[in-house]
Design a protein around this ligand. Structure first.
Ligand SMILES: Cc1cc2nc3c(=O)[nH]c(=O)nc-3n(C[C@H](O)[C@H](O)[C@H](O)COP(=O)(O)OP(=O)(O)OC[C@H]3O[C@@H](n4cnc5c(N)ncnc54)[C@H](O)[C@@H]3O)c2cc1C
Length: 466
């Protein structure tokens, strides 16, 4: 039982703010990105340093209370927040130190992707990350990290050299290829199961301006485009990335009025090679079929990585489901198009993110991230600002996924999942799952960190669940 006195003592040990239900900023601080969730924790700690994180972990463990870890709060399953327990909110921890001599960046766990891009781009460098700048670096990295540079530079975890971690017993360790190697392995894809990461050390790549943006075609041309795209992206040089999407054109500038709200298919390209060669690389792409909209050109990487922010504000209703996909058969393509025609709201979408290229060069047991032999991470997302449309977007997503799942590789990217049960988590990790259980049992035997896509430890006599 928490007492007022124990909370007061805990508060006194912190540099960051402790927030409870009676505080004026409680409602703001408990919000997560997905408006479907309305969780009410007992305590939120806005941690400003590692000491705050250690104090919070110790307080939660000693008082037997549930712990959630909030990085960017973007998790669609709402796993950055909990009901009744304690939330370790890392958002005040935003420092980024760029070391140009060694081409590395030390990034605190509260950074969004935009915070990190801001700090590295000024040096003409980048870490491969995701496509929306408001996403948290922590959750994205711990789950894998897919985006515009995946084919050139690999997943975000393939560029994570070290992580500093507060473990369940309150100790503070480094995970790297030299220290706590098992933890380092598990953190690269195993999510927030093993401790609270307070900072990441990333390898930097000299990527500054890219040749990138969306190209859109009529939905009636989708079959031809998907077949051509499949062939192209599996053979393309690794500098060329392109994720396929079904979408509706946003109803505002810079999109031409005649296309507003039209359901279309598209590819969001990113060529991160020699800019002098970009036009040449895109000549056969442009010659294949005249797009109805072509916004592809030179653009600073952070601008590309925040291009979709305005249409994806925080607080909308999100329901998504995902799978890895190895190939797009004709039957699968037909089903995709049938569901694309029924997209229930203009924000709803389906994406196919390539994970071939550099990401496929890493062995499937080298990190916890198992599906290195898939071609895409597919996600269908029902999205709308209005809670009244919650059922409609959820049903569309489920129907779409149910029809396409038989054509998938049978498991999904952990960061594109709702809470879908143990079976789905096991499937995602494949033959890495047993090792993940061993690492979890070693570092978090009482499953203190369980507000996540949970890997349950083996329960031993001295590890009675909290
Ligand atoms: C609009 C949008 C766009 C997206 N685009 C991409 C994309 O391009 N590529 C991609 O790979 N993914 C993408 N995602 C998915 C994203 O990677 C996941 O939602 C991820 O969980 C978000 O991380 P977060 O820190 O914001 O999440 P949070 O909600 O804060 O946390 C998510 C999970 O990670 C754990 N966690 C968070 N921080 C830590 C920490 N420091 N230590 C230990 N555990 C921690 C939490 O316990 C929780 O289980 C996108 C999501 C959205 C909503």
């Amino acid at each position: 039982m928490l007492t007022e006195q124990s909370i007061t003592q805990f508060q006194a040990s912190l540099r960051g703010k402790l927030i409870q239900a009676h505080d004026p900023d409680y409602d703001t601080c408990r919000k997560v990105y997905n408006g479907m969730f309305d969780k009410r924790p007992t305590i939120i700690v806005k941690c400003v340093d590692v000491a705050d994180v250690i104090a919070s972990v110790n307080f939660a463990r000693e008082n037997n209370i549930l712990v959630a870890i909030k990085g960017g709060g973007h998790n669609a399953a709402g796993l950055g927040m909990c009901d009744e327990g304690l939330v370790i909110d890392l958002s005040p921890m935003k420092s980024v130190h760029v070391d140009m001599e060694n081409e590395i960046a030390l990034v605190e766990a509260g950074c969004t992707l935009g915070d990190m891009d801001h700090a590295t781009h000024v040096f003409g460098m980048a870490v491969p990350i995701g496509i929306a700048s408001t996403t948290g670096i922590s959750g994205l990295t711990l789950g894998g990290g897919l985006g515009h540079l995946t084919r050139k530079c690999g997943l975000t975890i393939d560029n994570m050299i070290e992580a500093d971690v507060v473990l369940a017993d309150g100790s503070y360790v480094k995970a790297s290829a030299k220290e706590n190697k098992d933890l380092y392995w598990a953190l690269r894809g195993g999510g927030g199961n093993f401790g609270v990461v307070t900072s990441f050390l990333f390898k930097l790549h000299p990527v500054d301006t890219v040749y990138a943006g969306p190209m859109l075609w009529e939905l009636s041309e989708a079959k031809e485009i998907m077949k051509w795209y499949q062939h192209l992206i599996t053979k393309a040089p690794k500098e060329l990335n392109g994720f396929f999407a079904f979408l509706s054109v946003p109803p505002g500038p810079p999109f031409p009025e005649h296309l507003h709200l039209k359901k279309m298919c598209g590819i969001v390209w990113c060529y991160a090679g020699d800019l002098d060669r970009a036009e040449e690389v895109f000549r056969p792409i442009r010659n294949f079929k005249q797009p109805a909209l072509d916004f592809v050109g030179p653009i600073p990487l952070p601008a590309l990585q925040s291009m979709f922010d305005p249409i994806l504000p925080t607080g909308m209703q999100w329901y998504w489901k995902a799978d890895f996909v190895k190939e797009l058969s004709d039957e699968a393509i037909d089903l995709h198009i049938q569901h694309a025609l029924k997209m229930p709201t203009w924000q709803s979408t389906m994406h196919l993110y390539p994970i071939n290229g550099a990401a496929a060069k890493v062995g499937k047991n080298e990190t916890a991230w198992s599906y290195r032999d898939a071609t895409w991470a597919m996600v269908m997302a029902g999205i709308d600002p209005d809670p009244a449309n919650r059922e409609a977007i959820t049903q569309w997503t489920k129907d779409y996924w149910n029809d396409l799942h038989p054509y998938s590789a049978g498991a999904a990217y952990i960061n594109f999942m709702m809470e879908e049960g143990d079976e789905r988590i096991r499937a995602t990790y494949g033959d890495n799952y047993e090792k993940l259980v061993e690492v979890k049992t070693k570092y978090d035997p009482q499953n203190l960190f369980r507000v996540n896509q949970n890997i349950q430890p083996v329960v031993t006599e001295d590890a009675v669940a909290v």
